[in-house]
Design a protein around this ligand. Structure first.
Ligand SMILES: *Cc1c(COP(=O)(O)O)cnc(C)c1O
Length: 385
């Protein structure tokens, strides 16, 4: 009985070239990884700075294991709140220039917990149409009304805000760097609209943290908006090379979330050794502007070369470079062809991206060499549309 609907569903996915499969990696993350016993160039991790397998982070985690053991043993509010977590939150608040910060177990859980704590049944959330799935799930969980505006369309957002009674509690939420398009949110306008219409403003820096800003604190910091963005969320699993996530903001926001964010309250604390590795990552991120400069130079070079070949990379200005090909089938074929040539890059299809905009989602690392990038471009030449 159950198998019938499972099989029907999976067959339909296969028909539409939307069937997803796990692909096993046999080595640590990095610019080169091992798949099926073969080394391939990796163009699809979020490990932008190559920190996931950095020797300094490994030592920090090892020392954390020795000092604290493996598991944290309880949720933060019970007995799982350890010195490693407290130190991490202090470091995050300092890097982000906010009063305080709070660590969650994942970015997905942070978004679900923050949004559902701040808004409820009678409230309204205004969300960019291309925001990350975890933001949408947070809104669903909150039971607030979801108003989605077309991607970065500030006129449409203002119309929606205008049409909402002044008495309603409002939350505007946006990715800072959009995870599938690689463009940035129009923060100046968002800050102005949030002020004008008395809405809270939340920015998800999952792909900004460690990548943008003078100290790697993200887009909000780069533009100097720490005082204007009420809620800055980010993850420690991407450029920071670790695991876990944070929210940074006022001291009262953090006290409020400790008391109301269910995905913070009802889950076991992050393993302390991971918190120690994240502390090490923050020190490295803060001190390594050259690495970010290299990352951006690599991204600009690859994007320009792809554009010269006629590929559509949308409005990307970051290390996330979409190569839009349209049909899901073509994206999957291209990904397969590249793999045969020793390049690992994933095809992204609906429902992750809109119908007809299937793409290869290329992510550049600071550790990619010019030869790596040239080899990628050479392989793409064969597939010029
Ligand atoms: C990856 C991502 C998340 C989720 O973070 P995890 O720590 O991986 O759960 C949230 N928001 C955005 C924009 C992301 O890209």
């Amino acid at each position: 009985m159950m198998n019938d609907f499972l099989t029907t569903d999976l067959n339909a996915l296969k028909q539409e070239h939307r069937y997803r499969q796990l692909r096993e990696v046999e080595s640590p993350m990095g610019r080169v990884i091992l798949r099926d016993g073969k080394e391939v160039l990796n163009f699809c991790s979020n490990d932008y700075l190559g920190l996931a397998n950095d020797p300094r982070l490994i030592v920090a985690a090892q020392q954390g294991l020795t000092r604290y053991g493996v598991g944290s043993g309880a949720s933060r509010l019970v007995s799982g709140h350890m010195t490693a977590h407290a130190t991490l939150e202090k470091n995050l608040a300092q890097l982000k220039s906010t009063e305080a910060a709070l660590v969650f177990s994942t970015g997905y859980m942070a978004n679900c917990g923050i949004i559902s704590a701040l808004v409820g049944r009678d409230d309204v959330v205004f969300s960019d149409r291309l925001n990350h799935a975890s933001i949408i799930d947070g809104v669903i969980l909150s039971r607030a009304k979801l108003e989605r505006y077309p991607h970065v369309d500030m006129k449409a957002l203002e119309d929606l805000l205008k049409g909402t009674p002044i008495t309603k509690r409002k939350l505007i939420v946006t990715d800072s760097v959009f995870s599938m398009d690689g463009d940035c949110a129009p923060l100046h306008e968002l800050v102005a609209l949030a002020k004008r219409y008395k809405a809270m403003l939340m920015v998800d820096e999952a792909h900004g943290f460690g990548v943008l800003g003078k100290n790697g604190a993200g887009l909000v910091d780069e533009l100097g908006f720490h005082a204007d963005v009420d809620i800055q969320m980010g993850t420690l699993s991407k450029a920071a090379g670790c695991f876990g996530a944070y929210v940074a903001g006022s001291q009262s926001l953090i006290h409020y979330l400790i008391n109301h964010a269910r995905s913070f309250i009802y889950t076991t604390a992050l393993p302390p050794a991971i918190a120690e590795a994240a502390n090490c990552a923050i020190d490295i991120i803060r001190a390594n502007q050259e690495q970010r400069t290299q990352l951006m130079a690599n991204a600009t070079y690859l994007r320009q070369q792809l554009n010269a070949l006629g590929f559509n990379t949308l409005q990307s200005t970051t290390p996330i470079i979409p190569i839009v090909v349209g049909e899901a089938k073509r994206a999957v074929e291209l990904s397969q062809r590249l793999l045969e040539k020793g390049i690992f890059v994933q095809a992204i299809r609906p429902p992750t991206v809109p119908e007809g905009s299937s793409r290869l989602r290329v992510t550049v690392m600071a550790t990619h060499t010019r030869e790596d990038l040239d080899y990628f471009i050479q392989c793409m030449k064969v597939h010029t549309l």
